[in-house]
Write a protein that binds this ligand. Structure first.
Ligand code: FUL
Ligand code: CA
Length: 481
């Protein structure tokens, strides 16, 4: 009787103790944190933009809005081959310009006659949006929609009936061509246009005219998992330039309430994000494989080479952003041979540079750990869902990887476990020269992924020093190439 009493007491004591330890056995999140749909978006890393409309046939970048649908006439259209090339190049999704600023729409919309239905393409029976979305399904790629808010064709542009028209088109698109993973709202509003023949300059108030909150609610009602891209989100932000450059410092955080699409002078903060931003709004890097967004034969000699594309990969994905690479079909309705060749060579280059992960099988030692659950080996298990964390509250930490013998090193790749928020503010990489540690790189943020190119060196050991962080350091993966 007496023994069992003691036993119960002891068991209770143990339970309380274990509750206490399990409470602190995982680090707490540092807000803001990504939603599960944003997390899935981060994992896409690279996807394609397709700009295709009457501009392809007029040679313009911004059609005025008076183009006759009769000029939209691709001679050898093969959407299947576009999507196959994109898939072979390792890209994970496609965003199509269903309507660019000129107002010509690529599906047979019942709300306008300024569309593919009035063109010679398939004798007016064609539907490019349908073809692209179906080919994406066939090849297992996600499908996204670009629908230009600015419309230089519409007579009612600038009045409430235009906003109604725009929303009707969204309803039509989301009903017929889903699922849609991302919706791209372009902030460009150049002013002048055809506007049903009035040929004038129309200025709208970018902050109020489109009443975005209402439009966004409408689309979310049709597609709950949709992610909205615009200059300032809500889910994905513009990176602030079209040259393929995410900020070397790149926070996923900004404060949405201080920004809106088209607001002047926000490129800087969009590029780097804001350390203390209240919302998780990661940057997407949109850049074209050619100088223009649309195909122009005179730019055939200016297609970005595999090496240039690789540099862009490093300054976008390698800086914690996603890369939206534009690949515009030509007048035949094909991805030009030069573009296709360079794309596949780029993919090959990525595969070659990142083929031999030296971190696999290395000996990992860390300066501290949160608990036995977040073991250092989690850093090299090729699984982004497992992580190592420094001891509670430790805003600096170091990790040493020992390869056991000298190895040639070119790149170091780091990933934070962003499910618990972005933390690291500054870090450095050091190389062991046999006697001393030598600094090889000094950088700021990491985020979802950071790839640091270092001067080719032979070494047996590298050390990553996290010098400052918002809270205890948490990394999910380290790879060394
Ligand atoms: C810009 C547009 O004006 C360009 O034509 C292109 O569509 C690019 C992706 O966005 O704002
Ligand atoms: Ca891991």
């Amino acid at each position: 009787m007496k023994t069992s009493k003691y036993f119960i007491f002891f068991a209770l004591f143990l339970t309380v103790l274990s509750c206490k330890t399990s409470q602190i056995s995982s680090p707490k999140p540092i807000f803001p944190i990504p939603t599960s749909d944003q997390l899935a978006w981060h994992e896409l890393e690279t996807y394609a933009f397709i700009h295709f409309t009457t501009n392809t046939f007029t040679g313009k970048e911004w059609g005025y809005g008076d183009e006759s649908p009769s000029i939209f006439n691709p001679t050898d259209m093969d959407v299947d081959s576009w999507i196959k090339t994109i898939k072979d190049a390792g890209l994970k999704a496609v965003i199509l310009t269903c309507k660019h600023h000129d107002g010509f729409v690529l599906w047979p919309s019942k709300f306008t006659s300024h569309s593919v239905a009035a063109s010679p393409y398939k004798n007016g029976k064609g539907d490019v949006v349908k073809e692209v979305s179906e080919a994406c399904k066939k090849y297992g790629l996600k499908f996204g929609v670009y629908l230009s808010p600015w419309d230089r064709n519409r007579a009612d542009y600038g009045t409430p009936s235009y906003v109604e028209y725009y929303r009707n088109q969204l309803k039509e698109l989301f009903a017929a061509y889903g699922p849609v993973f991302e919706m791209w709202f372009d902030g460009a509003n150049g002013g002048d246009g055809y506007y049903g023949g009035s040929k004038e300059t129309r200025k709208i108030n970018g902050k109020t005219f489109y009443d975005w909150p209402k439009t966004i609610d409408l689309v979310r009602g049709l597609e709950p998992k949709i992610l909205f891209f615009s200059d300032a989100g809500p889910e994905i932000r513009w990176v602030g330039n079209e040259r393929g450059l995410a900020g070397r410092t790149n926070w996923n955080n900004i404060s949405r309430d201080t920004l809106y699409a088209g607001k002047a002078g926000i490129e800087g903060v969009l590029n780097t994000g804001h350390e203390n931003g209240k919302d998780w709004v990661p940057a997407e890097v949109d850049v074209s494989i050619r100088p223009g967004w649309f195909y122009h034969a005179e730019e055939d000699s200016k297609v970005k080479t595999p090496e240039q594309l690789f540099e862009i990969y490093l300054t976008s994905v390698g800086r914690g952003s996603n890369l939206l690479l534009n690949i515009p079909p030509d007048r035949r309705g094909l991805i030009h041979e030069i573009d296709a060749t360079y794309l596949l060579a780029w993919k090959k280059l990525i595969n070659e540079k990142f083929s031999n992960n030296l971190a696999k099988g290395a000996k990992v030692s860390v300066s501290s750990k949160f608990s036995n659950k977040q073991k250092p080996e989690n850093l090299i298990d090729d699984n982004t869902k497992t992580y190592w964390a420094a001891a509670e509250g430790y805003k600096n930490a170091s990790v040493v990887l020992d390869f056991g013998k000298k190895q040639v090193i070119n790149f170091v790749e780091l990933q934070e476990f962003i499910t618990l928020g972005q933390r690291v503010k500054s870090f450095s990489i050091e190389i062991w020269d046999g006697n001393n540690w030598k600094e090889a790189a000094i950088e700021t943020t990491i985020g979802y992924k950071r790839i640091i190119k270092i001067k080719e060196t032979q070494t047996q050991k590298i050390r990553i020093n996290i010098n400052d962080s918002k809270a205890e350091v948490i990394l999910s993966e380290i790879r060394v190439w």
